[in-house]
Design a protein. Sequence first.
Length: 351
Amino acid sequence: MSRRACLGGLAAAAALTPASIWAASTNVIDRLSLDGAPGLAAGVVRKGQVKATGGKGIATLGSKTAPDRNTIFEIGSLTKTFTACLIFQLQEEGRLSIEAPIGTYVTDLPKAWQGLPLSQLLSHTAGLPNYLNGENFRAIMPQDLKPRQLIAMVADQPLVFTPGERHEYSNTGFILLGMAAEAITGTDYWDTLQTRFFGPAGMTSTGPRNRVKTGTRLASGHFWDGTAYDTAPPRAAPGSTWAAGGLLSSVADIDRWSIALDEGRILTPALRQKMWRPATLNNGSPAGWGYGWQVELIDGRTIVSHGGSTAGFSCWYRRDLSQTLSTIVMTNQNGLADPKAMTEALLTYKL
């Protein structure tokens, strides 16, 4: 296995420690509006250097303590970017092809699913029905299910559209991608992420709930029901979203991840370029998405990003490839404040 990632994990961690970084973050992140969120944590990395990191508001219900760079949040679908990185890393090693059908790697799938290429699963253009939706997510989130149980929820449903016809977000595809990775490596999905990504990048607070030592660092979730916050929403179990959304993390760890990506210690520049290119539909038009990431061209700059939401948390991670600039905002709420808008606000400051 190719692993430039094995080098420099401790250096990445050390980059977060100088007191000057914390001082800088106080001036910048304190100026962000909470926008109704109980609390937030945020970080900015430019060209491999942490420029700001910290938080404001309250981390847990009834406390007066603000979140900080080490506070742990559920990051939901931001997990998909790690799954995508894993799939592309396995392709670089010659162990799979994203143009191969999912049936090559995962057995006993519905006939209509077997021929879907991994590229369409990554770009949400396969037409797969979504097992997780607005009606059932609160019920499913606390259930620690197996991947086969998740796909069984929609296995008898027809495809939503002809594969490649359009883009429509589906968690189901990323469950299948996680299953493909396990079949190829012969290793548990969470173990694979730890070995290939989290350990080498120095990420000590990232993983599924049953593997991360949260202690008092775990933020408490809040779910906006339209009039008030539900302060006891269900916590996300690792198996409820698995390779599509089962991770917890901290801003400090995502900052470390940004540095590892910037330095090419996780994926080669050529491989990142392949992952961060726009996907196309059958008719040749852009899908409005990349491969595991949203890809946009803004003022001539390529922006790749992804958000995450659970029953009580939401976040947004944005990478400006032209400026080697990454921003992450995590909030301990879902349904009211917009972490994507918060990351945009961070860009107004000169860092």
